[in-house]
Every structure is written in structure tokens, then in C-alpha cells.
Ligand binder design. Structure first.
Ligand SMILES: [Zn+2]
Ligand SMILES: [Zn+2]
Length: 381
């Protein structure tokens, strides 16, 4: 079969294995080449879906995503139980660790770091942790969000000085410094694909998030009696366990992904917008939360605002990754393999001809098998 979009001869299938284009002839789904109804890392979903796991954990196949989702829900349920029991200190600690620990398991599961776990983990999660400690300690000398009091919803008017600092300066400083550990990863050349950059950035952002939460809440963690009335802590806990790590991970993931794109010589409008989007989203998240906190708005409104910002970030990440995968996956050579997404035996290059998943986003064990098989015939030839 000859692909209408890249003119290569490819095996029969719903998708072209070289360029990933949808081979359907109907106009129903819009542009077949861009195929935005079939997200390249998870073809069951549209690109514009605000899903946490298929976006920030792009190497997971169908079943694994399901497992991670349940682990996450179980973690949230555990936090809820601790909260209802009045064990706020314990609930804060579990919230701070939940997403970073899940991510560590994901990195192990997908073997994203290949043969160099120590270097990669050190320069991503480890680097993020160190940066998080340094930045949070330094920024706390300027502004102490929860200093002394245990009720963060106390003040009544907007403090402009604090707003400029917390809402604008801190987010910009953080977004400039958080990607640095991944930027200085010494063996970056071994991980050329944008999907690797994204994952390293998310890992680094989550390391940062963990350090930031532990330090910001240190006075609460050490000062609060073991058992207190649950009260308004539930809102804080949702931010600490879900919304704040999502923000930190997504922003850095997106910025590091653009660094990887730049390394591939593909730094265009989409990448510039990604950086702008990350910085603006972080500012919007911090400014909005701070204003609503100061004016004593319903804490639920703060959570909704934070969730909206996170959702928008997730969708932009998918947009960036989708197009990166379509652009970068074309040069892998044909091999027999099993699709990590639809589990069919396929003869494929860059994309599964059956479901259209980009094989660059498959777990590394699969990629390794594939390389071996490809290398054998060329050695004997
Ligand atoms: Zn094609
Ligand atoms: Zn497939």
C-alpha cells in the first residue's frame, strides 16, 4: 500500500506506519495527517483531553494506565481517611509524596532511564528536590505563606506586595530554574526523543514540588498537634496532593520538552508558545489562588481555578507531544513487534498500523527487543 500522505510503501493498515497518518478516506475526523482525534501516545483518546495519566505518563500501555489510576485513587482515599481521622500532619505528608512516588514507579516500570537509572534519576527527581529546597528556603526569607498560624484562610484584603512576589516573581524564578537539572543531564544524547525530555521535566518538577511542599508546610507539620479537628484542611490537601504537583510537573515537563525540541532543531512557534504557556499558567495559578485566598473567597473556587489551569496545561502538553511524536517517529526501520497499546503482532516502523500509537512512546523493554531483532539481520548481511 502506498501512503497518501508520505508516499512511502507501507504495510496495509488503518494508520501509516511511517508517518502515522490515518488512512481513512472520510473527512469525518478532520485532517488525516494531523489525526488529532487519535492522540499519538494513546490513540483511544482525542488530543484535547485533560487526562493526567495518559499525558504525564506517556509510556504506559492501556492496562498499566488503569493500574496507576487505581493506585492514585487509593492514595487519595488514604489521604481522605487520615483527614477524617484528624491526622492532618500524616495526611500532608502522604499528599506531598503521592504523585512523586507514583512517578518514580512509572520511571521504573517504563525503564525510561534505560541503562543509567542513577544519572537520570539524580539529574531529574534529585535535581528537582535540591532546586526545590534551595528556592523554597530562599523565597521564604521574603515571604512566609503559613508562618506561625495554622489557618491559611485568615487575612481579609489583597496584599499587593505579597501578590507581586508570590503571584508573579516566584513563578517566573521557579520556571527558569526548575528545568536546569534536566538541561545539564550529561548523557542527554542517549535520550534524543521529545517524549524523554517531557518525562524528565515532569520528574524534575515533581521533585521540586515535593521539596516545596515539605518546606512550606514544615512549621505546620512540626507545630500541629498529632490530632486536630479536620476543618478546612481538606482544600489544602487537595492542592498539595493533586493540583500543585500537577502544575509543577506539567510546567517543567513542557519547558524541558521544548529544550529537547530545540536540540532536534525544531524550535518553532509551537515550542515558543509552550514556554509562554507554562510561565503564564504558573503565574495564573499562583496569582489567582493568592487573590482568592486574600479576599476570603470560597476555598472551593480556588480549587476549581487551579484545576482549570492544570487542565489547560495538560492539553497543551498533549498537543506539543502529539505533533512531536508524529514528526520524530518516522525513522525507526521495519521490525516485527507486539504493539504495546493494542497488543497485535505488527510489522511496523514508527507507528502501529492497527491502532496508530507512536512506538517511540512505548516502554523501553519493547524498544530494546525491537532493536535486537533489527540488528541481527544487518550484522549477518
Ligand atoms: Zn505515511
Ligand atoms: Zn497498536
Amino acid at each position: 500500500m502506498r501512503c497518501d500522505h508520505c508516499s512511502n510503501d507501507v504495510p496495509d493498515g488503518v494508520f501509516c506506519t511511517r508517518c502515522g497518518a490515518h488512512q481513512g478516506t472520510t473527512e469525518e475526523f478532520g485532517d488525516a495527517k494531523k489525526r488529532e482525534h487519535r492522540y499519538a501516545a494513546h490513540p483511544g483518546e482525542h488530543v484535547a483531553t485533560a487526562s493526567i495519566f495518559t499525558t504525564l505518563f506517556p509510556h504506559l500501555g492501556h492496562h498499566k494506565v488503569h493500574e496507576f489510576r487505581w493506585a492514585f485513587i487509593a492514595g487519595l482515599a488514604g489521604i481522605m481517611v487520615l483527614y477524617l481521622a484528624g491526622l492532618i500532619t500524616a495526611a500532608i505528608l502522604v499528599s506531598a509524596f503521592l504523585v512523586p512516588v507514583l512517578y518514580l514507579i512509572y520511571l521504573y516500570e517504563a525503564q525510561v532511564y534505560r541503562d543509567e537509572p542513577a544519572t537520570v534519576l539524580g539529574f531529574t527527581i534529585g535535581g528537582g528536590l535540591i532546586v526545590g529546597i534551595v528556592i523554597t528556603v530562599v523565597t521564604q526569607t521574603f515571604y512566609q505563606p503559613y508562618g506561625g498560624g495554622v489557618n491559611p484562610f485568615a487575612s481579609a484584603s489583597v496584599n499587593i506586595g505579597a501578590l507581586l512576589l508570590v503571584g508573579i516573581t516566584f513563578p517566573i524564578v521557579q520556571e527558569v530554574i526548575k528545568p536546569l537539572p534536566a538541561y545539564f543531564l550529561p548523557n542527554r544524547k542517549d535520550f534524543p526523543e521529545t517524549v524523554d525530555g517531557l518525562v524528565f521535566g515532569v520528574a524534575s518538577g515533581l521533585g521540586f514540588s515535593l521539596a516545596e511542599t515539605l518546606i512550606s508546610y514544615s512549621s505546620v507539620i512540626t507545630g500541629l498537634p498529632a490530632h486536630v479537628t479536620p476543618g478546612p484542611w481538606i482544600y489544602q490537601l487537595i492542592t498539595i496532593s493533586v493540583l500543585s504537583p500537577l502544575l509543577q510537573g506539567s510546567c517543567t515537563g513542557m519547558i524541558v520538552a521544548t529544550i529537547w525540541r530545540q536540540g532536534l532543531g525544531k524550535f518553532n512557534v509551537r515550542e515558543i508558545l509552550a514556554i509562554a504557556m507554562a510561565v503564564l499558567a504558573h503565574i495564573a495559578f499562583a496569582t489567582g489562588s493568592q487573590i482568592m485566598k486574600d479576599t476570603g473567597d470560597n476555598p472551593l473556587a480556588i480549587l476549581i481555578w487551579q484545576a482549570v489551569v492544570d487542565g489547560a496545561l495538560l492539553i497543551y502538553i498533549r498537543y506539543l507531544l502529539h505533533h512531536s511524536l508524529l514528526e520524530e517517529a518516522a525513522h525507526m526501520g521495519f521490525s516485527e513487534t507486539v504493539c504495546p497499546n493494542c497488543h497485535m503482532h505488527i510489522h511496523a516502523s514508527g507507528f502501529c498500523p492497527n491502532c496508530g500509537v507512536a512506538l517511540t512512546a512505548s516502554p523501553n523493554s519493547l524498544k530494546r527487543n525491537r532493536r535486537v531483532r533489527k540488528a541481527v539481520p544487518s550484522e549477518t548481511a
